[in-house]
Design a protein around this ligand. Structure first.
Ligand code: TRP
Length: 480
């Protein structure tokens, strides 16, 4: 890939020359380790487009509204916001520090900063869990393609949510989801195989702004509906008596999933940052836009749900059963429906390319595999397991291990990766950054020249050291 060029950055950002700790010399040496300009994002805007594109996905538009819906709306939202700002931004900053300062993959970064460290194991968690998420996520992304196509055809011959419930059931039990999973992964392949700048960055530059424009159009439309007031009250008026352990667990999982945290996905993207890319600032902007996308998705969905007399507690079916029923009744629904599912498809794509990069960057950077082979291998594995996930709604549904335990790969992948591996990885990343690395060096890495954001560096480190590990551990244990 690309021609070899001298180091991407000037020396303005060499860290801690005055100090000679072993970690320190590695921090300095890594400046020379990355010498391929095409392995870096070209612009600051590209950095934000890529990280926000990764963060904003099905997690915001599909998962957030249904999680908020079943967990009491406003109460869930408050707890979710607390997690984003208290844990999300610091852990995101930590991933940025590890990625940008090493220009390595999730496998290489830990050992590079601290040779021989056991924390290298995070790489394994990252690669395995990202493949699991990529597999089941592609199945849902495939559904959006089916609904997009159908919204030009027979989607509107149905009426009432029962019809849509049946339609969703019939669809997921057939063979078409398998086809769509494969098609979606091939589209994903087309993007990533082009490389960091021409593939990932360029696609993100187009998709991310478009996504926000589309969400905003939908929000404006929702706000004109008669149930707008009720919908907004559901989302924004917290009933604190609704806060229960399950709300807290759900909100933390949602915060991690939505910010693509815990698996080194953002670490991988940060390894494509230039050395002067601001870290705390980028983390804050990414988290802010991610939260905005989630809230806007709530504003998009709940007014419509209340206007047409549905329950917000439909769960995962909210987007695929309730929304089509709403579009069928809504003036202009014939235009909004395809636009909505197209938006969901784009949001999924900019997220799955970031999941694929975890493994691709490991294979290309540390294993010497060509980008093309690395991409095919990643997509091939995801296809295999993605098809199994798609089948778990049809031919493999009701499969039992030893005749008793239900074995549904889709659910197992979703649960294990989101609720166990993600928080576990996030905890290890916090501990590694907070305890294993030299505090002053981490602080210097976060700092940018004359920035207002520098004042948050000690706070971020404090969270990484004490708050994040303890909080994640407690919630994690109560979850398992
Ligand atoms: N954040 C994405 C979403 O909200 C999903 C995602 C992308 C993700 N990359 C990830 C989740 C890495 C966990 C880990 O849809």
């Amino acid at each position: 890939m690309g021609k070899e060029e001298p180091g991407p950055q000037g020396s303005e950002f060499t860290i801690g020359k005055e100090n000679n700790s072993p970690t320190e010399s590695r921090f300095t040496r890594m400046k020379k380790s990355d010498n391929s300009q095409s392995q870096l994002f070209a612009t600051r805007l590209g950095v934000i487009a890529a990280t926000v594109g990764s963060a904003v996905g099905l997690g915001n538009i599909w998962r957030f509204p249904y999680e908020a819906g079943v967990h009491g709306g406003g109460a869930f939202m408050i707890v979710y916001l607390v997690f984003i700002f208290l844990l999300g931004i610091p852990v995101l900053t930590a991933e940025f520090v590890l990625g940008r300062s090493t220009h390595r993959s999730v496998f290489g970064a830990f050992g590079f900063l601290k040779p021989g460290t056991r924390f290298k194991g995070i790489g394994l968690i990252g690669v395995v869990a990202s493949l699991m998420i990529l597999s089941f996520y592609s199945v849902v992304a495939g559904w959006t393609l089916e609904y997009f196509i159908r919204s030009f055809g027979d989607l509107f011959s149905k009426n009432g949510s029962d019809d849509f419930h049946r339609m969703f059931g019939e669809f997921t039990e057939g063979w078409r989801p398998i086809l769509w999973t494969v098609v979606f992964l091939l589209i994903n392949m087309l993007v990533i195989v082009r490389g960091v700048q021409k593939g990932v960055e360029r696609a993100s530059n187009i998709i991310t702004p478009l996504l926000f424009v589309l969400i905003l159009i939908f929000c404006v439309n929702s706000l004109t509906l008669s149930g707008a007031r009720e919908g907004l009250e559901f989302l924004f008026r917290p009933d604190f008596s609704e806060i229960s352990p399950s709300v807290v667990i759900g909100a933390m999982g949602q915060a991690f999933f939505s910010l693509s945290l815990g698996l080194g996905c953002m670490l991988t993207y940060a390894s494509y940052f230039k050395d002067d890319t601001p870290l705390i600032r980028s983390a804050t902007v990414t988290a802010g836009l991610d939260v905005m996308a989630a809230i806007l998705s709530g504003i998009l969905i709940f007014p419509a749900v209340f206007t047409y007399g549905f329950s917000p507690e439909a769960g995962p079916a909210l987007v695929f059963e309730v929304l089509p029923a709403i579009f069928a009744q809504m003036p202009g629904g014939k235009i909004f429906a395809p636009l909505f599912f197209f938006m969901l498809f784009l949001a999924s794509l900019s997220s799955t390319i970031s999941m694929s990069e975890i493994m691709v960057s490991w294979l290309t950077r540390e294993r010497g595999v060509s980008r093309r082979s690395a991409c095919w291998l990643t997509i091939g594995i995801a296809m295999f397991f993605g098809v199994l996930c798609a089948l778990s709604f049809s031919y493999m549904s009701g499969l039992k291990i030893a005749g008793t335990i239900e074995f549904n790969i889709f659910n197992i992948f979703d649960y294990t990766s989101s609720n166990i591996l993600l928080p576990f990885g996030g905890m290890l990343i916090s501990i590694f950054t907070g305890w294993q690395l030299d505090r002053n060096i981490v602080k210097k890495t976060m700092n940018e020249p004359k920035s207002w954001f520098n004042r948050f560096a000690p706070f971020v480190i404090f969270i990484l050291k004490y708050v994040a590990p303890v909080m994640i551990f407690v919630i994690f244990v109560s979850n398992v």
